[in-house]
Design a protein around this ligand. Sequence first.
Ligand code: NDP
Ligand code: MG
Length: 383
Amino acid sequence: MKNISILGATGSIGTQALSVVDEFPNSFNITALSCFADIDTLAPQIEKYRPQVVCVMDPEAAQQLKERIGTKYPNMEIIPGMEGLLAAATCPGTDMLLTAVSGMVGLRPTLAAIDCGIDIALANKETLVTGGAIVMDAVAKKGVSLVPVDSEHSAIFQCLFGNDHDALKRVIITASGGPFRGKKLADLKDVTLEQALKHPSWSMGKKITIDSATLMNKGLEVIEAKWLFDLKQDQIDVVVHPQSIIHSMVEYKDRAVIAQLGLPDMALPIQIAFFHPIRVENTKPSLELSEIGTLTFEKPDKETFRCLTLAYEALAAGGTMAAALNAANEISVARFLNREIGFLDIPKINEAVMNRHENIQNASLEDVLAVDAWARDIAKGLN
Ligand code: NDP
Ligand code: MG
């Protein structure tokens, strides 16, 4: 039995992770669950998995849940806010934390769990984009394992497994291209929220779906790969592969390229992280390439999808630049979702915040949190 805590249990990754738990009923026990405010989804999860700690980030929703539950689970704590997220992440007896919240709010609880010697299954890429140096340093110091759940990084992780890291030449991250693949700036001027939310191959939370439409998601993944696999910027390439069958590749110095393939389904990377380092049989359909037929590849259009270029620029700048970009992007995406700004305002605002940012090298956690707060404030006021 592995004891697992899930932050972001009500989201796309969180609910799929609980389906993986259901598929292997004798393998996992849930110690803690969290959500932002969706207590209608969380309440039946509590009933089914009986966690010791529950975090509902929003204090009003936390109070409503307490009233709804009454004295039904006397040994369970319901804690709102960051205090609750930290308590859920470090719940006693937890072997592995799945960080599946959306946004850099995952950074502090992930660090707290590492500090307690808890292994990490990381879906929340914003944690590494903002605090990559701090997190990987803590992972090395504490000797915990951090296994990526992001499908591309899970693929790279699998391709690297058992091979010599020094023989690695580069990683090649695949991108679906999102709903606007092939479009030019003029076509993107008036795209609607509904069009941006229609991802061609993956069903995900709203924030990452918009990030996929702008290619910011790929940019965040480039930065995530740098930290996870200790890479230099010129060792991280992106190729557009609309079928989403090859989840990513690695090239070794002898030019051998190893890829990981599979049907687009996040259950596999979640299962791999939960069971690492062993592989177990599941009930999913096999990939039949003859039914897929054609796999195609093209270069990403970094001019039209400027967010990808911004991510490479942030990577080159180092320090807190990626944290500033990430915070700006969290705000610009939230404003686009709120219909306050247009689609092309997202890269515009992100770039404006980067231009104003006074970069801090060798940043502490406090520096990162301060830059995050600063960048959010600026991004809220830009048009
Ligand atoms: P969702 O929006 O579907 O779910 C997010 C979860 O986090 C929900 O449980 C939500 O609670 C909670 N949450 C949101 N904001 C906060 C906050 N400020 N504080 C505390 N909890 C919060 O997102 P996804 O599951 O799609 O994505 C989660 C993470 O995984 C992201 O970092 C994403 O980039 C990454 N990822 C996702 C993939 C996918 O296929 N979905 C693939 C690869 C990576 P509530 O429901 O109450 O709002
Ligand atoms: Mg991904």
